[in-house]
Design a protein around this ligand. Structure first.
Ligand code: ZN
Ligand code: ZN
Ligand code: FE
Length: 758
């Protein structure tokens, strides 16, 4: 006989780890105990050496689906003479407790809801240890029913028996419930049809009838309508005041996804993953979907049902539903029943409500395959707050408040970066309140007391003000340049500290010289950066307004960048500018009035889209670039000319020749599929050429890509290909979004490095 003491760290609580250990010990004839502490799971065992070895092997190999084992420590000790194996009372200390995020309904639970002999037949709140709500209902840790919004539901005898049986799939499943004791759903609508029938069946009938229904999902309300019904989709757009921007769809099953799109293997896996994100995929030409769902795009965002409520509804409806956040454009997603009925009353014809409260808002997550890797574009439900593991351990907690757009915050504790869920654009009071609520929740749940507070350099970002007003005057404030933070975010994900060539291409970021940066090539490590190359500055005529009007940006480029002899070649374009505006714009340009300079790569994409007449005015940020990518044919390998000019110690990328060639070709009648693709190829080509020059001079082999422009799959694939073909090692995002949604991770790591190096 031998004795062992074992400590397991990782995501090992709230995932059925103790019953798993219990079963394993029983099977191998071992005695002893297992318990949770706030930081880990502890096990003591007596048994035969061979049985102990087998136990240790299976502990790692067969762990429950939601567990993530980071470390197993094993210590020999003399046998204690235990008589049996037991699960003993948890020892709670203050500290860390890792719980998995909200997880899609598992196969076993799904099957139960479809079986008329089961007591949970058609029950929309079925869940178990392997699936169901988590952070959307947790008010505090340690994770326990009393500290969730399930508190008000007293378990019935049947549920309690499952909850207390270590051999049951629902052993200590905190949100366990059934029709007899748990939450229930009902339909609330202006027209009660008096059938008193099943709320899900009635909801599906309303949807088939072309109505808009607000339904209470996992992390907030969603607005649903029939995705094949033009009128329904257009009505939803106008009532929600959301124009142009594509809607995501929920489809009943994988077969439906194949009918509408052409998923790659990686995309199919993402679709079926337990995070159940919205997956952006190439649509089939024949896909029968209302054109208003995703106008001008060659992709659709699809997701599969992820709660029993969704499964049952989609099963009744038998077709694709638009499934979008329950909010007015730009506001946070609604979570409370009264709040939803009030805020969404003008949008929805009916409400599918239930009485399990949502404690924290989590939007649906969005992923896209970029250069072979399925990458989050919006990181929320299913992903947050799963920590990103960092290659260092800090004794001082860090808070990074993120950017203005697509805001997320990031907290660093020990070696873990907890990136909060997608908050949205910090442009209104509601979103700012959402930010503050979410931050307060995280600080409480994870016992974080930030001593280092990182923010953007932009003085007008609301997040910068939040950092300055943070109620701890003793905390160190560190301003991190926007594009430096982008580059560090991708470095941190890969655990790379050594200097890299950082390519940060996005729409807007505050530069150290007060101009608007966005086409930046840096040499950077965590604490320092040098701007070694950037896109040539162009005037933004009318400032911010140029973002919504790509034709203004094009005029700015023609007058400011493609100067002199070539300008007359663009006369046919400038002639298309609205006549009154053209005179004003020209005057603004000459007097340099309200015309900030920008090196933005996002704006360069806008210019190409305007010149090609793909999109002259945009209703949402990035629309021009997204539509330009949609028309480009990836089989085209043509590249337009460009110039790389030496300036001091660095380089300026001058795309004047590119735009001139693009315009000539367009005028000559070359198809958009060719010109748009050649433009993408050119951006990849000049970027790789700049990296090559930096490699020669700085002896760096590693390139890190970040920034919103790398949500563009064609650009990313082209650039990665080109760089790898010439021997570069390329780092791209995997765990956090390349856009500003991933910025807070870079801010946190850069601020930590800056604060600890001085
Ligand atoms: Zn389950
Ligand atoms: Zn029950
Ligand atoms: Fe950015």
């Amino acid at each position: 006989m031998r004795g062992l003491r074992i400590r397991v760290r990782g995501i090992v609580q709230g995932v059925g780890f103790r019953p798993f250990v219990y079963g394993l010990a029983e099977r191998h004839g071992l005695t002893g105990w297992v318990r949770n502490t706030s930081a880990q799971v502890e096990i003591e065992l007596d048994g035969e050496p061979g049985a102990l070895d087998a136990f240790l092997q299976e502990l790692r190999d067969d762990a429950p689906p939601l567990a993530r084992i980071d470390a197993v420590e094993v210590e020999e000790r003399p046998p204690s003479g235990f008589g049996s194996f037991e699960i003993v009372e948890s020892a709670h200390e203050e500290g860390w407790q890792a719980i998995p995020p909200d997880t899609a309904t598992c196969e076993a639970c799904h099957a139960e809801t479809l079986d008329p002999n089961e007591r949970r037949y058609r029950y929309p709140f079925t869940n178990c240890t392997h699936c169901g709500p988590r952070f959307t209902i947790i008010e505090d840790l340690p994770y326990d029913r009393r500290r969730t919004t399930m508190r008000r539901f007293e378990m019935c005898a049947d549920c309690r028996a499952e909850y207390e049986d270590p051999r049951d799939r629902r052993f200590h499943a905190q949100p366990v419930a059934c029709p007899a004791c748990g939450p229930h759903a009902w339909l609330h609508g202006p027209t009660d049809d008096g059938t008193g029938g099943d709320p899900l069946a009635r909801c599906a009938a309303l949807l088939r009838d072309g109505r808009i229904v607000a339904l209470k999902g996992l992390g907030g309300y969603q607005l649903a309508c029939d995705a094949t019904n033009d009128d329904a989709v257009s009505t939803l757009r106008s009532r929600k005041r959301r124009y142009g921007k594509p809607f995501a769809l929920m489809v009943p099953d994988e077969g439906w996804a194949e009918r509408l799109c052409r998923p790659t293997d990686a995309e199919r896996n993402a679709l079926l993953s337990r995070e159940r994100p919205i997956v952006l995929m190439k649509r089939r030409d024949a896909a029968e979907i209302a054109p208003e769902v995703a106008p001008g795009l060659d992709t659709l965002g699809l997701m599969l049902p992820y709660t029993p409520l969704h499964h049952l509804l989609l099963r009744e409806f038998e077709g694709p539903l638009v499934m979008t956040s329950g909010n007015l454009s730009e506001e946070p997603i609604a979570i409370g029943n009264d709040e939803a009925v009030e805020r969404l009353g003008e949008i929805a014809d009916a409400f599918l409500l239930h009485n399990r409260d949502i404690y924290a808002r989590y939007d649906d997550s969005v992923v896209r395959q970029l250069a072979g890797v399925v990458t989050p574009i919006r990181r929320a439900r299913g992903f947050a707050p799963a920590p990103v593991e960092l290659p260092f351990e800090t004794a001082r907690d860090v808070l990074a408040v993120g950017a203005q757009q697509k805001n997320t915050f990031c907290l660093v504790k020990g070696s873990k970066a907890l990136l909060g869920q997608h908050i949205g654009d910090l442009e209104n009071l509601e979103t700012l309140e959402h930010f503050q609520d979410a931050l307060a929740t995280y600080e409480r749940l994870f016992r974080v007391r930030p001593e280092i507070i990182a923010h953007d350099m932009h003085p007008d970002y609301l997040s910068t003000q939040v950092a300055q007003e943070y109620p701890d005057p003793g905390a160190v404030r560190v301003a991190v340049q926007h594009h430096h933070a982008h580059v560090v975010s991708v470095m941190a994900e890969h655990g790379i500290r050594d200097p890299v060539i950082g390519v940060a291409y996005d729409g807007t970021g505050y530069g150290t010289d007060g101009t608007v940066w966005g086409g930046e090539v840096l040499v950077a490590d965590w604490s320092r950066f040098e701007r070694v190359a950037h896109l040539r500055y162009a005037p933004m005529l009318g400032g911010e307004a140029a973002i919504r009007k790509p034709y203004r940006m094009a005029a700015g480029y023609i007058w400011g960048v493609c100067r002199g002899a070539t300008e007359s070649e663009f006369a046919a374009f400038t002639a298309t500018l609205p006549i009154g505006e053209r005179i004003i714009l020209r005057r603004q340009f000459e007097a340099e009035l309200n015309t900030p300079l920008t090196s933005s790569c996002g704006r360069l994409f806008d210019v190409a889209a305007a010149l090609l007449d793909v999109r002259r005015e945009a209703v949402y940020e990035g629309q021009a670039a997204v539509e330009l990518e949609a028309v480009a044919d990836p089989r085209v390998d043509e590249i337009y000319p460009y110039d790389i000019l030496r300036r001091g110690e660095g380089w300026i990328i001058d795309p004047a020749a590119t735009l001139r060639a693009l315009w000539c070709e367009h005028r000559a009648g070359r198809p958009l599929s060719t010109t748009a693709a050649a433009f993408h190829n050119t951006v990849a080509s000049f970027t790789a050429a700049v990296c090559e020059r930096i490699r020669e001079r700085h002896d760096l082999e590693r390139v890190a890509l970040s920034g919103g422009c790398f949500q563009n799959a064609l650009l990313t694939a082209r650039l990665v290909e080109t760089l790898e073909a010439t021997g570069f090692e390329v780092l791209t995002h995997r765990a956090v979004p390349p856009n500003d949604g991933g910025l807070s991770l870079g801010q946190a790591v850069a601020a930590y490095a800056i604060a600890t190096s001085s």
